[in-house]
Unconditional design. Structure first.
Length: 86
């Protein structure tokens, strides 16, 4: 059984992932860029981008890949949790 600090940390990480996912989707929409185009520019499959924008999650995204995505989308990575910000 997890202790309370572990559960709180897990909750924070889940909230950060949900926030990052919503920012990613919003930025794609703002730029009128398809998931397929982002995948092509970043060098991943469109299924990978789809996972990033759904409950499949961003847990497998490396910091390097996050930096690549941020660069394509004209964003920066802010904070310890890798939040995308314009």
């Amino acid at each position: 059984m997890q202790n309370i600090p572990d559960l709180a940390r897990t909750n924070v990480l889940i909230q950060a992932e949900v926030y990052m996912r919503s920012l990613l989707k919003a930025r794609l929409s703002e730029m009128r860029m398809s998931q397929k185009e982002l995948a092509r520019r970043v060098g991943v499959s469109k299924d990978t981008v789809w996972r990033w924008t759904t409950d499949g999650g961003m847990a497998g995204m490396t910091l390097r890949r996050a930096a690549d995505v941020a660069g394509v989308l004209g964003c920066e990575i802010e904070g310890r949790l890798g939040i995308f910000e314009k």
